[in-house]
Design a protein around this ligand. Structure first.
Ligand SMILES: [Zn+2]
Length: 307
């Protein structure tokens, strides 16, 4: 069913996957168009949509899985329809300052990333976004979009369960947004991220039966539960792998800045401007729970060693 061409976007019942260039590898992404008999929604308008030569599709509402630069990059193409966010992320779209709080970057990175948001990701604030919450359902006519609040990546990160009938049989496509199932693993390195929330969200998503599972980035659409679970296992295993590597590193005493420099989320050579910030925030969460579990002890306020 999937194709590579921009001109024949993959379709799953009422859902069309508007594939971004490079299969939606960051900073690109794959947006979903969901067409009901009464209304059409677009989910996570991406940079790829901005780059398309065709005019943007006519829609009645925009649904954003969360407030991150790549997921709102095409929102400005739909200035006259309501933009919807989970109520925990909605404050972020109201101003550039509020958006930056989600990342929580330090001084110089904050300044650089503000420019990137506006110039490369077309950030446009929305003073009064519409909000949704866990369990809300958008009925588009013959197809519904149900909200699954799955925090961890951001506070208000959501997946969507898209449900319809085909030849009297129920069909479901679950949109996983940035539970992106890549081998990079889960991202919980922002001020509004939380590792343990992410783990609970993964457990919740694992239990959901669907015909298809779609991610925003390059994994795209997986058909059937086995393909999904195989990918989810690889993705989720990165959390334990980072924690195990941290424990091994702390066989010798180190402080947090040495942990940051060693690199557990990114690879040592990765050229990512905000890597230090992400490493610090991600690995501090692992460190804190290893301390709480008694597997690591503090030698001083800032030096740690395996217990
Ligand atoms: Zn994201």
């Amino acid at each position: 069913m999937a194709t590579d061409s921009e001109t024949s976007d993959p379709r799953f019942g009422p859902v069309t996957v508007l594939e971004g260039p490079r299969k939606g590898r960051y900073p690109e992404g794959n947006s979903l168009l969901v067409e009901g008999t009464r209304a059409t929604a677009i989910i996570d308008p991406s940079l790829g949509l901005v780059a398309r030569s065709d005019p943007p599709p006519r829609v009645d509402l925009v649904l954003n899985s969360h407030c991150h630069e790549d997921h709102v990059a095409g929102n400005h193409l739909f200035p006259d329809v309501p933009w919807h966010f989970h109520r925990d992320d909605a404050p972020g779209i109201q101003s550039l300052d509020a958006f930056m709080e989600i990342y929580g970057f330090d001084g110089p990175i904050d300044e650089v990333f503000r420019k990137v948001l506006v110039e490369d990701f077309h950030f446009v604030p929305c003073e009064a976004p519409h909000t949704f919450a866990e369990g809300d359902v958008f009925d588009l006519g013959g197809v519904t979009i149900g909200v699954l609040h799955t925090p961890g990546h951001t506070r208000g990160h959501c997946c969507f369960s898209i449900d319809w009938q085909e030849a009297y049989s129920p069909r479901r496509l679950v949109y996983l947004a940035d539970i992106e199932l890549t081998s990079f693993g889960p991202y919980y390195g922002d001020a509004w991220s939380n590792l343990e929330d992410f783990e609970r969200s993964l457990a919740r998503i694992r239990a959901i039966e669907a015909d298809w599972y779609a991610t925003f980035h390059h994994i795209g659409v997986l058909e059937g539960r086995k393909a999904f679970l195989d990918r989810l296992d690889i993705f989720e295993a990165k959390i334990a792998e980072r924690e195990q590597r941290l424990l091994e590193f702390l066989a010798e005493p180190h402080d947090l800045e040495e942990i940051v420099a060693h690199r557990f989320v990114y690879r040592p050579g990765d050229d990512v401007a905000f890597a230090d910030s992400v490493e610090r925030r991600s690995m501090k969460q692992h460190l804190d729970r290893l301390l709480a579990a008694g597997q690591v002890r503090s030698l001083s306020a800032s030096r740690f060693c395996r217990a």
